[in-house]
Design a protein. Structure first.
Length: 431
């Protein structure tokens, strides 16, 4: 990766080997930037809040409000897809004004506001509106937050930095379903109690962001050339990032693979459908995925820095394909749920942060938020389409045929992305 200076002359290339913090001996890892740890703490707290809701939402909508799989697919697609409409806005505004923290704070605040609103929403249109506002908040915050992480980490340490952040984020996903499970068991109005506690926790996350995340855009990490931009980043320049071949390929693969990804909620419903898990234990299923994600995020982030990020990214989709195959095989073996949840969590550990670490190397730092937002937007729109399509297929054909089609498409998309490997997508080990 290189960054052009204001005269258009390429700056010296930066590799993971040259990006060593001052005072750090070669071969010894530098300490993580405080920004990464602070944002990880914010994400941990926020994920406790959001995963409390996510853990009970499928059951609340399908069993409590009586939605059909198609109706749930529409809402789930909305939940995952609306953020795509505002991610580009959040990424571009963060780049233009250098206020990544401010944009992230607005996004976290909107999502926190939505938790108490769920107490008042009891119809499909009302719930859809609340979920749309929640996803608007997520869309605004995601690219600026990830830009802050990538700008705070040396190029050769981005996989590790994103791995630490995603591990902390997922620690919240471990705590959230447990709290939801305990509240459902102990409270008379279980769902309302879950939404109330979730709102309080979300407010705490916003407070930590305001107090502990640095307000100024971080300077370049050790060993990274200075950014070339001296003025505001224009929208035209942000859209011009699509002319970068590596970024186009990364975005295309994220879109294709996203079209073949069954949403988390459907995976849990399929697992319940296959194994007959009772409703009282359903809220704990996300816990298995989160535990695997938590344990594997940092090791796979380090592995991606060492052997190649694209290899790890595609390997994660192979793990998801294996989970689909196990669900299709069915049976009542006691290990089946554990295997599916382990592979499902491994998929996220190998793809979520690794994709952002890969994309960060394909754009200059002054366009970091917008570049990451482009990839995130394509992936979110693809998953929005996939959720609606899978819900419709389940309603018309049934669960197993719909999953078989998704698995076949995922296998074909993964094979295609092997051929589309971006030239600069991997670490120095593969360059």
């Amino acid at each position: 990766m290189y960054v052009a200076d204001s005269r258009g002359t390429p700056a010296p290339a930066v590799t993971p080997e040259t990006a060593v913090a001052p005072g750090t001996r070669p071969g010894r890892r530098a300490a993580l930037a405080p920004t990464v740890l602070a944002l990880g703490t914010v994400s941990l707290i926020t994920d406790v809040s959001s995963e409390m809701v996510t853990a009970v939402l499928p059951l609340y909508l399908v069993a409590g409000l009586g939605l059909t799989p198609l109706g749930f697919g529409l809402l789930d697609g909305l939940y995952n897809g609306v953020s795509a409409l505002v991610r580009l806005t959040g990424g571009h505004l963060g780049d233009r004004f250098g206020r990544h923290k401010a944009l992230a704070g607005i996004g976290y605040g909107l999502s926190a506001l939505c938790k108490p609103l769920l107490l008042l929403a009891h119809t499909l249109p009302a719930i859809g509106a609340v979920l749309a506002l929640d996803r608007t908040g997520k869309g605004l915050r995601t690219a600026p937050r990830d830009a802050l992480i990538s700008l705070s980490a040396a190029p050769g340490e981005r996989g590790r930095a994103f791995g630490v952040h995603r591990a902390m984020d997922t620690a919240g996903a471990l705590i959230g379903p447990i709290l939801a499970f305990l509240i459902l068991r102990g409270a008379a109005d279980g769902y309302d109690a879950v939404f109330t506690v979730s709102a309080c926790v979300a407010a705490l996350g916003v407070l930590v962001l305001v107090l502990f995340v640095p307000g100024r855009r971080p300077g370049p990490p050790p060993g990274t050339p200075a950014a070339s931009g001296t003025g505001p980043v224009s929208l035209r320049a942000s859209l011009g990032l699509l002319r970068r071949r590596d970024l186009r390929r990364i975005g295309l693969c994220a879109l294709l693979l996203g079209l073949c990804t069954v949403s988390d909620a459907f995976v849990f419903l399929l697992l319940q459908h296959t194994t007959g898990i009772t409703d009282r234990w359903f809220a704990l299923l996300p816990l298995g995925t989160a535990a695997a994600f938590f344990l594997l995020a940092l090791p796979l982030g380090r592995l991606a820095d060492r052997i190649g990020r694209w290899r790890v990214f595609l390997g994660g989709h192979l793990a998801l394909l294996a989970a689909y195959a196990i669900l299709l095989a069915g049976g009542h073996h006691p290990a089946l749920p554990y295997a599916v949840l382990l592979l499902h969590g491994g998929f996220y550990a190998a793809t979520d942060g690794v994709l952002m670490a890969t994309a960060a190397g394909a754009v200059p730092e002054e366009h970091r938020g917008g570049g990451l937002a482009l990839v995130q937007t394509g992936q979110a729109l693809a998953r929005f389409t996939a959720s609606i399509g899978f819900g419709a297929a389940w309603t018309v054909w049934g669960a197993r045929p719909a999953l078989a089609v998704a698995a076949a498409l995922l296998a074909a998309a993964t094979a295609l992305c092997v051929r589309l490997r971006p030239a600069g997508a991997d670490s120095a080990a593969d360059a």
